[in-house]
Design a protein around this ligand. Structure first.
Ligand code: ZN
Ligand code: ZN
Length: 250
């Protein structure tokens, strides 16, 4: 299983850090977890187009986690080269209604006619998608927010927090995982409610007992030396401070 960070940034535009999005590749399947702005171009840098994505998971519908769904859907209607495979989307309860309102807001310019969008809403459960066992769990950010844990046939596991504050849900999703991907929004002395800091990320990683911790979703005040220093006071395992296009094989 290979995970590539498409965007290690946030809502604040930054030429070095695109907004949140991750590509998970397993057995020829290409899955997105979140799809923030800049991600469509990041995929192109990897040689991946709107034809090549098999499924999209959304942790929540904040713009920095889903904006590039708009150009993706519009490109997929390009009359000379339309997408023809259905597009499955998985997200928390209420996403279908949200999606339909978005289609209406764009006067159906995004609504597909050469393929179908198939939405599955997950609450707190485990299901199999594309040969991966996927567990969704509540995290503390907005009502629709869900974190995800993916396990492949060999039992390798990766968990994604999306945006969250410290909560039992993300510790549980990350329990014993090979790779735990946590948002790390701000330094501890600038803590923002419903987001994590380096100290809390380290604490979650320690309590979850993950192998490797990958931090992402850095707002501009984050200083990488200090993020690592604070985080490793809590967690003695491997810590990766991601950049855009950082890739990890597990
Ligand atoms: Zn965010
Ligand atoms: Zn958010």
């Amino acid at each position: 299983m290979k995970i590539t960070v498409l965007g290690s940034g946030t809502s604040v535009p930054n030429l070095q850090r695109n907004s949140a999005g991750y590509l998970l590749e397993e057995q020829g399947c290409r899955i997105l977890i979140d799809f923030g702005y800049g991600n469509v171009h990041q995929l192109l840098r990897l040689g991946i187009t709107y034809h090549d994505i098999d499924r999209i998971f959304f942790t929540h519908p904040h713009p920095d986690h889903m904006c590039d769904l708009i150009p993706f859907l519009f490109a997929s209607k390009y009359p000379l080269n339309p997408r023809t495979r259905d597009l499955p989307i998985v997200a928390g309860p209420g996403f279908t209604d949200y999606f339909e309102r978005m289609m209406e807001a764009f006067n159906h310019w995004l609504t597909p006619d050469s393929y179908k969008v198939r939405i599955t809403e997950l609450d707190e459960e485990t299901r199999t998608f594309d040969g991966l066992e996927v567990t969704s769990g509540k995290v503390q950010h907005i009502e629709m927010s869900r974190g995800f844990r993916f396990a492949n046939a060999e039992g390798k596991t990766v968990a994604f927090s999306g945006d969250t504050d410290y909560c039992a849900g993300i510790v549980e999703l990350g329990r014993g995982s090979d790779l735990l991907i946590l948002e790390c929004s701000t330094p501890d002395d600038m803590k923002v409610e419903k987001h994590l800091t380096p100290q809390l990320c380290g604490r979650i990683a320690r309590e979850a007992g993950c192998q490797t911790l990958l931090l992402t979703h850095f707002y501009p005040p984050c200083d990488m030396d200090s993020v690592r220093e604070v985080c490793q006071r809590e967690f003695s395992g491997k810590i990766i401070l991601s950049d855009d296009l950082t890739a990890v094989d597990i």
